[in-house]
Ligand binder design. Structure first.
Ligand code: NAG
Ligand code: NAG
Ligand code: NAG
Length: 479
């Protein structure tokens, strides 16, 4: 079993025990990564967060997707990424990828799409209540198989379960579908019986009474293909997401940008991604939420750009500033679908930084260790990121707090679509100022040193993962 090893020796005893076992080039004196793992990020973070704060002030007080403050945030990050130390070449490749904002469910005809393993399937006639009740434009859930026959119809008035699975059942002339006889359901997807025609919008049965559980209709061949994955390894969770798309794109939509910076050197077969979302919510400068994570990444980028470390990494680091969190992570969802199979395979792990400007030193505990879900089906160590942060914070002498991670943020696609080790850090809920006007620079001003420690912890985890990814995930190696 792989065991994280950190080279940060905090006491004389630790030095004697740990450093003795380390190869020469990792020792403190010759450590090529010390410039980033031991940097004090305080003054840089202070400056960067003030700049995000000013961007919000100049643009109606927010940096929200679809508004001027977001575009200005994108320009700001790009200007930082293109700044170079004198007489030097960039150690990073920098690029942006655009995506469309979510459709307006009040103005447009919406078709839901069901995505399993990056393949899209059309769902017909999804009952409107689900669309209205989804505050977000996509929903992540596991897939499971419902009972056969009339059992699938269930009994009236059984509750919709927001944490339930998307359940596939064969059509059996039910006039109503509820989840009474089913595992907890977020939605039922009904497929046509053998020998019957594919569903169309015109042929899906319309329920006679309001459904307690939302129902949609999916074609048999599609359902059987998905169910084969569920049957293939019963102990593994099959993840999916349902997203809402405009049918005709009649209304203009906002365009957003994800920004990426990836080290030029290093083995492209193992890319450790570290990301944060750049946008704020509508009524807020979003300095803790989540300029804090974006600023930490910018400081790590700057420090790496000025050091020799990027040429020493075994594998690659990719920083990501995601463009839209507020509308259900549409930026990561769209990106995950467009990535080529090769690029998807090459992702080694994901680290998310979210609201690190306040609260505690929270480490997201990955789903695998919470509920016994067996992501090990994929053969990786699902807790690599979590373990890394625990050790990094310990090496910095601070106490960390485990935080339940339901993977409902930018990390969701890494868990459910790519099935890669994921995790990250967060200061926890900011009951006072989240999404409010008071989330301006003053909300975090007293905590910059804390944020700097978290940035340093992130540097340590990044260095460790980027240099060991090929050992943690050897199966992934090329044939
Ligand atoms: C980093 O620098 C700030 C001042 O800019 C200081 O307050 C803080 O204690 C330093 N942190 C560490 C860990 O040395
Ligand atoms: C029925 O739907 C499936 C999957 O959506 C498609 O592959 C198949 O061609 C369709 N069959 C007919 C007769 O249209
Ligand atoms: C404004 C915004 O998108 N805030 C989000 C920041 O991240 C946390 C954790 O993922 C979310 O709960 C917030 O909604």
């Amino acid at each position: 079993m792989y065991k994280m090893k950190f080279t940060y020796c905090t006491s004389l005893l630790a030095i004697a025990q740990l450093c003795a076992a380390l190869p020469l080039d990792n020792q403190e004196s010759g450590d090529p990564f010390a410039a980033i793992t031991n940097a004090n990020y305080s003054s840089g973070l202070h400056r960067t967060l003030l700049q995000f704060d000013q961007i919000a002030s100049r643009n109606h007080g927010n940096r929200a997707f679809g508004y001027r403050g977001f575009d200005a945030s994108v320009q700001y990050v790009l200007s930082r990424l293109s700044a170079l130390p004198p007489n030097s070449q960039s150690r990073f490749r920098v690029w942006t990828e655009s995506f469309y904002g979510p459709p307006d469910i009040n103005k447009e005809t919406i078709i839901p799409t069901f995505v399993v393993n990056r393949r899209e399937y059309t769902v017909h006639g999804l009952t409107v209540p689900v669309i209205r009740s989804w505050t977000s434009r996509s929903v992540f859930a596991s897939v499971s198989k419902g009972p056969a026959g009339t059992k699938a119809c269930g009994a009236p008035n059984a509750p919709y379960d927001p944490n339930g699975a998307l359940i596939l059942v064969e059509h059996n002339k039910c006039t109503t579908y509820t989840n009474a006889n089913l595992p907890p359901a977020r939605a039922l997807l009904v497929y046509n019986r053998e020998g019957t025609a594919n569903w169309t919008e015109a042929t899906v049965p319309r329920p006679q009474q309001p459904n307690a559980v939302p129902v949609g209709y999916i074609n048999r061949l599609d359902a059987l293909e998905i169910l084969r994955q569920v049957d293939w390894a019963p102990q593994c969770t099959v993840w999916s997401y349902m997203k809402l798309q405009a049918k005709n794109n009649l209304h203009p939509r906002d365009i957003g940008y994800n920004i990426f910076a990836e080290t030029i050197d290093g083995n492209a077969d193992y890319v450790v991604v570290a990301g944060a979302h750049l946008d704020s919510s509508g009524g807020s400068a979003g300095i803790n939420d989540n300029a804090s994570g974006s600023a930490a990444l910018l400081e790590l980028f700057d420090t790496l750009q000025k050091s020799d470390a990027p040429s020493q990494f075994t594998n690659k680091i990719r920083f990501a500033w995601w463009g839209n969190h507020v509308d259900s992570w549409i930026s990561t969802v769209e990106w995950s679908q467009r990535l080529s199979d090769k690029d998807a395979r090459n992702i080694a792990a994901y680290i998310d930084l979210n609201k690190i400007g306040k609260g505690y030193y929270g480490i997201l505990k990955s789903g695998a260790t919470l509920s016994g879900e067996t992501d090990i089906c994929q053969g990786f160590s699902p807790t690599a990121v979590e373990d890394g942060f625990r050790e990094a914070y310990a090496s910095l002498g601070v106490t960390s707090t485990p935080v339940v991670d339901k993977a409902v943020s930018e990390d969701a696609v890494f868990r459910t679509v790519f099935r890669k080790p994921y995790g990250g850090i967060t200061g926890g809920p900011d009951y006072q100022c989240q999404d409010k006007e008071c989330d301006y620079f003053g909300n975090v001003a007293g905590n910059i040193d804390m944020m700097a420690l978290s940035t340093r912890a992130t540097a340590r985890v990044l260095v460790e993962l980027v240099n060991s990814a090929h050992r943690i995930w050897p199966w992934h190696a090329r044939k």
